[in-house]
Design a protein. Structure first.
Length: 352
């Protein structure tokens, strides 16, 4: 299945049905009267987050979604049928943005979360509603209210506990394949990863989700290479694992370059908890490794871990450090007393 993390679609809720103008004509009834029924209500547009999706590819081939219109009313005070609503199923972590691609209308982060996005139009009144003592045979009837239409953007931000960042060929895919059952493409040339990959990592009896992102290069914030489009998937992560290729001549330059691109992207990525790791330790002489480790510690101003994704050297320690940061983040978010009740989302956003 192809990976698609953003697309533009057209939505329209159903129009309300028109009311009817009718009069009673029944045998043995001396006086007739108005009997026009109301129109039915138009269908809604509902967005639902489901757990078994991880791409928006379904919306690549169909971009227009229109809910059914309400049926018109009829005589004998018959109300028209309501239009059928449309439920759009999206992956967990999907954001609904306005046409400007900046205003966030919805952010669906929980499986089963359902939100009414566009409400259908109300049906019009039939002439029965307009009968009075002075106007006993009204011929007025109302048309239904129109539905709401708008273009919106769907943007997927994968739900992962930890994110892998680094320059191309830093060994991110090798590490992901070593610690999970994910099977990312691995090769000895840059940009083997062209889309984010997710893997479930076991840390003792616990598990967490790790996301491998395509490598950043200098100028990514200006669109060079793959740009930093996929960095949005790290926004929800608790911790960033920054891998640095130990075979690089200038490991401090590689570290600073990625940090510069994270800062240029914004969204608080540069302030997230970060674990710096010097990878490919098996391919570096011991003296050279110690010197690069010393320089990297001085440049990053934080502890630096050493590992080799290919041989497994130091990998358990890195997994333990990642899990510890994730648990610390969860405890900080829960606070002293986590809420026990979450109110249901009932408000419509058609006027947003």
């Amino acid at each position: 299945m192809k990976f698609l993390d953003q697309c533009k679609i057209y939505l329209k809720s159903g129009d309300g049905g028109a009311g009817a103008a009718a009069f009673r004509r029944e045998k043995f009834i001396e006086f007739g009267g108005p009997s026009g029924g109301d129109g039915g209500r138009g269908g809604d547009i509902v967005i639902e987050a489901v757990a078994n999706l991880n791409t928006l590819i379904d919306y690549r081939y169909q971009q227009h979604f229109k809910a059914q219109n309400g049926r018109p009313g009829a005589g004998s005070n018959k109300t028209g049928a309501n239009g059928e609503s449309i439920t759009l199923k999206v992956p967990i972590g999907t954001q609904i943005l306005d046409e400007d691609r900046e205003t966030v209308l919805l952010d669906l982060t929980t499986a089963g979360e359902r939100v009414l996005l566009l409400r259908g139009g109300d049906g019009g009144y039939g002439n029965t509603h307009f009968a009075t003592s002075t106007n006993q045979a009204p011929r007025r009837r109302d048309l239904g209210w129109p539905g709401v239409e708008r273009w919106v953007w769907l943007r997927l931000k994968l739900i992962a506990d930890a994110g892998l960042v680094g320059l191309p060929n830093a060994g991110k895919s090798t590490f992901l394949a070593a610690v999970s059952h994910a099977k990312p493409k691995i090769a000895d040339y840059p940009f083997t990863t062209l889309k984010p990959q997710l893997g479930v990592v076991k840390a003792g009896e616990n598990e967490f989700v790790l996301a491998d992102l395509p490598g950043l290069i200098e100028g990514a914030s200006e669109g060079v290479g793959l740009g930093h489009r996929f960095l949005g998937h790290v926004e929800r992560c608790s911790v960033i694992l920054h891998l640095i290729d130990g075979t690089e001549e200038d490991v401090t330059g590689a570290y600073k370059l990625v940090r510069k691109e994270l800062k240029a992207y914004g969204a608080g990525l540069v302030d997230k908890a970060e674990i710096v790791c010097l990878n490919k330790a098996d391919a570096i002489p011991e003296d050279e490794l110690k010197e690069k480790l010393r320089k990297l510690k001085r440049s990053s101003k934080r502890p630096v871990m050493v590992m080799s994704g290919a041989t497994g050297q130091g990998v358990p320690a890195v997994i333990h450090a990642l899990h510890a940061e994730i648990e610390a983040h969860r405890l900080a978010e829960a606070g002293p007393a986590a809420p026990t009740h979450v109110p249901l989302e009932t408000d419509s956003l058609e006027q947003a």
